[in-house]
Design a protein. Structure first.
Lengths: 616, 172
């Protein structure tokens, strides 16, 4: 039961219209889009029948661009303008990067930008190109507009990276229903196919990130018990150890960018071949020299042992966070193309003492789960009744005296969550307090990631220690944070919703959209109006069905007031002014808030009452 | 039932220390099924905001109920004996001596086996304290005694975390 759910199908403008929700796996090396069609989740192919879109964007002189396979083919020839593995740069500064790509990066506050032949490009813009390509693919597949999208992110992504991903989706013209964690998406795909119950580990080794999550599955509830991993470890690193070995044996030190790209490409081919062969020989030409290089699976295991070990350290830690032993895990789901490597499967088998689950395509499983989730979130009736209970991957805190971190929200806390802590002034007559929000597990601020700084001003002068400043951290279901502060005695509230500095401001996004990027062909105003009208219709429909379902909860005069606002909204809807439609929708939303709250309270009470009868 | 209900009312549980964790978890999921913002993903911002408030409140109660120390501290608070861990650290001398000795043992412990043995010892102590706490809260209704036991458990719990951190260091 959903409290404001549209309960009268006859009231819908078109009762048979299914709404379209898509799931997008925005990966380091490749991306996919999937949707539920005819009751089944499937990956949507491009016009050549390929479901995988390489996450590569090439910028051409004069303003054109190539995306996907075409860009991938140019990687060796034009490494400086061909942007691969951009996911690693999302929400990152130069100092955060373990290794550098073959294209040129410029350090900037918040996030690096990439220097290309057409000027600087933010990782958000590059990601938006990929997302927009998938969006067009989905629109072509359905020959219709998309109602909403679920985008997957590694569970280990921090606030900066999540914010950047959401910005990219917005820039690509997608209505983001939810960011969900990749392992959760994988479990959804597996859980439904296999009707599994119990504790599962999801071992996800992608191109650029490693995630390990423990989930508890019970009748459609996907509860993330704990999550961990390494956002700078993936299949690319396995390529790199092979490439480094090749270069070392060939006695090549300083490689040009294009030679380096060629070497990495060969290393990746060799790695993939080693999943089926015991020995691989590579022939290539580097720096004018012809090379023959041979590598065995055993040698590869040796070279990559440190990388595999790093994943197992994270596995151990996450089990301890969940207070579980490896024997309590009923199944280990393998996700990500890199889990095809026998060395990885061997390590997982050894640790958990069981064969990992590999029966779904590890490249597609995340997109499929996201599609199932999206189908439900757009509100399709008859969709599976899922509930995702996620946790926050990294602790959040504030800087205190001496550069120490005071932890406010510990990692692996179920979200959404709000946690508050009281602070005080340390000088007589102090009227302002600087707040520095950080993320990470270390005790020193210097070792954590700085998220945002803001100030609470206007505190009335008091003796040191007399003020009581309550700082509240709120993390929404997407894992995004807002922070607010209030002085309790005076009530002074310098409430600031912290949008982390690396996130794009709404103005930035508006400017980028105006620059004709990603949605160049779209008429922005027409789209804004269409979106406002859809929101308006949804609001009217929800309100009407709510009033019909619970008329007794309306207080005197409330119905008349609401009806008047509905009439006003419908009048505005016809005028064609997006801002006016939005304002009228907002007015209706505000006027119905008290009524909605009463319905919510009633719903919760009923849910409890119903349960009591069940458990009798 | 509203956002101001206490944790036990919200979860429809008797306000006592002894609880069945699987029941708490099941009720948590049942409540979240009703209130999670995802249930209202297509229903506008007002519904989302309300759902978020409920969902946050349910998670808060769940965190407190499922953790025995937090649950006990909450019961003490409801019964008029708040723990005030920050400004009330007065503990019996005997207990403090024992803590100092344990800390020395931790500093001198070498190798994972010794640390694990210490960790087991602390787990046993913690279990005993929890049993006494149940007695104080549910049988004897001695809230002052219970508050003291909660403070002792906070010490013990912090110490257990330090052992874990040491084991981590050694394994890494």
């Amino acid at each position: 039961m959903a409290l404001l759910q549209i309960s009268e199908p006859g009231q819908a403008p078109d009762p048979h219209a299914r709404r379209i929700g898509i799931g997008i796996d925005l990966g380091t090396t490749h991306s996919l889009v999937a949707a539920v069609r005819h009751g089944v989740a499937e990956c949507l192919p491009d016009e050549d029948g390929r479901v995988i879109l390489p996450s590569v964007v090439r910028y051409l002189e004069g303003g054109g661009r190539q995306i996907g396979y075409a860009a991938l083919a140019s990687q060796v020839a034009d490494p400086r303008n061909t942007i691969a593995s951009v996911k690693r740069l999302m929400g990152r500064r130069l100092a955060d990067l373990a290794s550098l790509p073959p294209y040129e990066l410029i350090d900037q506050p918040g996030m690096v930008v990439i220097s290309t032949v057409v000027g600087p490009k933010s990782p958000v813009e590059v990601s938006a190109e990929i997302l927009a390509t998938l969006r067009y693919r989905a629109e072509d597949s359905f020959n219709a507009d998309i109602d909403g999208a679920v985008i997957t992110v590694p569970a280990y992504f921090d606030d900066a990276q999540r914010q950047a991903t959401k910005d990219a989706a917005q820039l690509a013209g997608l209505n983001v229903l939810r960011l969900i964690n990749e392992p959760t998406a994988a479990a959804i795909a597996y859980g439904l196919d296999n009707a599994s119950e119990g504790l599962f580990a999801v071992y996800d080794l992608g191109g650029g990130t490693f995630d390990i999550s423990i989930l508890r599955l019970t009748r459609g509830v996907f509860e993330v018990v704990a999550t961990g991993g390494d956002s700078a470890l993936g299949g690319d690193d396995f390529d790199r150890v092979l490439a480094d070995d090749m270069a070392r044996e060939a006695g090549l030190a300083d490689l040009s960018a294009s030679d380096r790209a060629a070497l990495m490409w060969q290393a990746r081919q060799a790695k993939e071949a080693l999943s089926t062969s015991k020995q691989v020989t590579v022939s290539l030409k580097l720096a004018g020299k012809a090379l023959n290089w041979s590598v065995s699976r055993d040698r590869f295991e040796q070279l990559s042992a440190g990388l595999t070990q790093r994943t197992m350290v994270a596995v151990r830690r996450v089990l301890r966070d969940a207070q579980l032993s490896s024997q309590e895990i009923q199944g280990v789901v393998m996700v990500g193309g890199s889990t095809r490597m026998p060395v990885v499967r061997q390590a997982v088998r050894g640790f958990f003492g069981q064969e990992p689950l590999v029966n779904l395509n590890p490249d597609e499983v995340v997109a499929l789960g996201a599609a199932i989730s999206a189908n439900q979130l757009v509100g399709n009736r008859g969709a599976e009744d899922l509930l995702l209970l996620d946790v926050i991957p990294l602790s959040l805190g504030l800087e205190t005296m001496g550069g120490l971190v005071e932890r406010i929200v510990p990692r692996n806390q179920t979200i959404p969550t709000a946690m508050a802590q009281d602070f005080t002034t340390y000088q007589d007559g102090q009227t302002a307090l600087a707040l520095h929000v950080v993320q990470g597990e270390r005790d020193m601020v210097a070792d954590c990631r700085s998220l945002a700084r803001f100030e609470l001003r206007g505190i009335p002068p008091m003796a040191a220690g007399a003020a009581r400043i309550r700082v509240t951290f709120t993390v929404d279901a997407d894992g995004l944070l807002t922070v607010s502060a209030q002085e309790q005695i005076s009530g002074v509230q310098a409430q600031i919703d912290v949008k982390p500095s690396y996130g794009l401001s709404d103005d930035d996004i508006a400017r980028m959209l105006k620059d004709g990027f990603a949605t160049a062909q779209q008429d922005m105003q027409a789209r804004a109006l269409a979106e406002a009208q859809v929101d308006a219709d949804r609001m009217v429909l929800a309100t009407r069905s709510a009033m019909q379902a619970d008329p007794e909860l309306l207080e005197g005069g409330e119905r008349q007031e609401i009806e008047a606002l509905i009439a006003a909204l419908q009048q505005q809807r016809a005028t064609g002014d997006a801002a006016a439609v939005e304002a009228a929708t907002q007015a209706l939303a505000q006027a119905t808030e008290a009524f909605a709250a009463r319905r919510m309270n009633k719903g919760i009470a009923q849910a409890l009452a119903g349960k009591n009868i069940e458990t009798l | 039932m509203n956002l101001q209900s206490d944790d036990f009312e919200l979860f429809d549980l008797p306000a006592r220390f002894a609880q069945d964790i699987p029941v708490i978890d099941a009720r948590w999921k049942q409540l979240q099924r009703q209130a999670h913002p995802d249930r209202f993903a297509d229903q506008g911002q007002a519904a989302q905001r309300l759902a978020m408030q409920w969902s946050v409140r349910i998670n808060e109660a769940h965190q407190r109920l499922k953790n025995p120390i937090k649950r006990a501290a909450y019961l003490c608070e409801l019964r008029g004996a708040p723990i005030r861990a920050h400004d009330n650290t007065a503990m019996p001398a005997e207990f403090l001596m024992q803590q100092i000795e344990l800390r020395q043992t931790l500093e001198e412990a070498e190798g994972p086996a010794a640390l694990q043995a210490l960790a087991n010892q602390i787990q046993t102590q913690k279990a005993q304290l929890l049993q006494q706490l149940e007695l104080s809260l549910d049988q004897q209704s001695d809230v002052a005694q219970a508050a003291l036991q909660v403070r002792a458990l906070m010490f013990v719990d912090r110490f257990a975390q330090e052992i874990d951190a040491r084991i981590d260091q050694i394994c890494a």
